[in-house]
Design a protein around this ligand. Sequence first.
Ligand code: NAP
Length: 267
Amino acid sequence: MNLIKVIIAGPRGRMGSEAVKLVTNTANFALVAVIDYKYDGMMLSDVEGFQSISNVPIYSKIEKCLQNVEADVLIDLTTPEVGMHHARTALAYNVRPVVGTTGFSKEDLMELQQNCTEKDLGCIIAPNFAIGAVLMMKFSQLAAKYFADVEILEMHHDQKLDAPSGTAVKTAEMIAEVRETKKQGHLNEKETIKGARGADFDGMHIHSVRLPGLIAHQQVLFGSDGQTLTIRHDSYHRGSFMSGVKVAVETVMKQNTFVYGLENILD
Ligand code: NAP
């Protein structure tokens, strides 16, 4: 059994703490370090909630971490700015990034793709690690062949930094691959309150709801003459993302290409 040595950036976060559980509970994964700007030089076991996890050093800077620790994969669950720096630096040190952090720009993704090619290394960026969400996106792409009119309604907890969600953007991109470009709604439509019709992506609209109590939910609504079709996915707990993280860590070790979206690595 080949041991996969993993670094996690953002271990105290809602997603990062689930990833720590996943990595420490998976037989062929080893957590070799974490990146956390608040506890540089300490051990993870010194941090509240992680007392049972031994021998995992904390680094505040990824460069120092990668100079000191031998690793195969970096899991990043932080914020877009720092996540991009982490992914770029990991590749420079021949470590494969698995990124769940959302909010990367098109330019960021293109840069990472180029870095992967130059380094001949794998990298997986997945705006949503929940298998059900990936199926929701695939089913939406299928439906969009027959329904050109679609509105995406994404609903998240109110601590989320980016809007629209990475999942909503990815869904819109997948739909746009098969849907004929169409400006939806009435030609003379006017917003009397700015933002009422949501964000415009290739003529379809994305609406972002932020409320405490929610985790991650998305509804894709299709309409045509006399009928509607609703495709919905709900994540009720962040554990729902971890089976996807596990698949991504295992897969990134076997490939030398850039992958954007978990759907591209599932059979
Ligand atoms: P969160 O609870 O706010 O966690 C983010 C963590 O990153 C926090 O612990 C934060 O520390 C830490 N952090 C911030 N700056 C850092 C730095 N410079 N170095 C190291 N750590 C740093 O957020 P979350 O809900 O876990 O989400 C994390 C990311 O994953 C977001 O981008 C979110 O949209 C995304 N997400 C992805 C999926 C998916 O399936 N791909 C699912 C859910 C969420 P402090 O709190 O101390 O600042």
